[in-house]
Design a protein around this ligand. Sequence first.
Ligand code: 4G4
Length: 194
Amino acid sequence: MLWKAQKEGLVQFELINLRDFGLGPRRQVDDTPYGGGDGMLLMVEPLVAAVEHAKKRLPGAKVILMSPSKTVWNQQLAAQYAASGEDYTFICGRYEGYDARLEEFIDEKISVGQYVLTGGELPAMTVIDSVVRLIPGVLGGEKSAEIESYSSGDNLEFPQYTRPEDFRGMKVPSVLLSGNHAEIAKWRAQNCKK
Ligand code: 4G4
């Protein structure tokens, strides 16, 4: 869907490879932490060079760091981002983290949940997917009301069925086959999962 949305000019993605901003002949992007400790950190120079490159491409873009803490992503934020018309740059961390001086170059930190992953790429993809599907025209023929039912927080989700009418004796509620739209709406209101 994201690929199709870009082809249709509804959204535009650009990938920046941190390695292109690495230091020295080995294009180094990571180093050991001062004061000791396990593992490696992303160095501030390549990170800031990459952010500044992104800023040249999109001067007004908000810079978001995907991180295991702070603000947790939700449907309300997805709706805000989708409606904002702003550009966004997502920084995806790796290793054990990043040099703290990167913070100066970040507008917001966002987490997709209270768990740690090896990199920020999947969180960034999650955020991007949740925003792009809300851009008008991305999901063919979808109504804004359907979007609202999720973003209102109280999930107005009702059970849905498609063919067959009878699966191993489990039947589709007959009201849904009745064609009576008032009755169907009533049934759906009464059967919200909540
Ligand atoms: C920044 C600092 C996001 C980014 C440290 C990123 C989980 C989430 C990372 C790290 C992430 C989330 C490698 C610990 C990358 N993990 N929940 N990992 N680590 O959104």
